[in-house]
Ligand binder design. Structure first.
Ligand SMILES: Nc1ncnc2c1ncn2[C@@H]1O[C@H](COP(=O)(O)OP(=O)(O)O)[C@@H](O)[C@H]1O
Ligand SMILES: [Mg+2]
Length: 245
């Protein structure tokens, strides 16, 4: 367990440009603290997805420093990258489920890749699918599931390996408002177990629906810190109960 005031991620003057174009992210500095729930907002094109890609190590910055789990993430040797990525769960707006695999096999994928034995996979995957309310859809292929169901499979897959940090890019973009609230409750329960959660959304209605959440706002590639949350570590107690969503 990390100390409550330790950092999980630290960005210092990070900039990102694609090719020779001007920077899409400029002078980005912030700290994420363990066990906190962050919303990343900003208009379309503000740079939310780009910032998240830096966070889940799918993209290198053009300049600046990124420290993650206490290690310099930019000079991280190649062979340590998979181990790092396993500590980060990612939920994409377009789900990115493997179409020919069942819900069960999609959720089991991260465990299989990590070399967990089949004996140790069956129970946790079934429990996780129960938890997201899909216990009776284990054998369904993604194409036969609704948008909300697919997103819940994607969330189950992102958290099955118990990541330290969950990163979700517009996770409610393709579901109705009722399902959006249910997904937020899922993220909240995870967060209560101690997982740091970062949700990018341009939906202002979602923000404020999660008590104690912290706000980061991007405006044309620059980060605003309206509540000062990114400078001071808030104190929160993580419960150990897996609450029903
Ligand atoms: N792979 C890419 N190549 C070139 N430009 C990109 C790429 N991805 C995003 N951009 C540009 O970067 C800016 C920020 O985009 P993005 O991070 O997707 O913002 P948001 O998620 O807030 O809508 C936009 O101007 C977008 O066109
Ligand atoms: Mg985006």
């Amino acid at each position: 367990m990390t100390k409550p005031d330790a950092e999980i991620v630290h960005f210092d003057n990070v900039g990102l440009r694609y090719g020779a174009d001007k920077e899409v992210l400029t002078d980005i500095s912030f700290t994420l603290y363990p066990g906190c729930f962050y919303f990343l907002t900003g208009a379309s094109g503000a740079g939310k997805s780009s910032l998240l890609r830096l966070l889940y190590l799918a993209q290198r910055p053009s300049r600046g420093l990124i420290r993650m789990f206490g290690t310099d993430a930019i000079t991280l040797p190649r062979e340590r990258l998979p181990g790092f990525r396993r500590r980060i769960g990612v939920v994409f707006q377009d789900f990115r489920l493997v179409p020919h695999l069942s819900a069960f096999d999609n959720v089991a994928l991260p465990l299989r890749v990590a070399g967990v034995s089949e004996r140790e996979i069956a129970r946790p995957v079934a429990d996780m699918l129960d938890w997201v309310g899909l216990g009776d859809r284990q054998h369904a292929r993604p194409a036969t599931l609704s948008g909300g169901e697919q997103q819940r499979v994607a969330i189950a897959r992102a958290v099955i390996a118990r990541p330290d940090m969950l990163v979700a890019d517009e996770p409610t973009g393709n579901v109705d408002p009722d399902m959006a609230m249910k997904l937020m409750r899922l993220f909240e329960s995870l967060n209560r177990l101690g997982t740091t959660v970062v949700v990018a959304t341009h939906d202002v209605h979602l923000i404020g629906k999660v008590e104690g959440s912290l706000l980061m706002r991007l405006d044309k590639g620059r980060l605003a810190d309206p509540t000062g949350a990114l400078r001071y570590p808030p104190r929160r107690d993580a419960s150990t109960e897996l609450a029903a969503p």
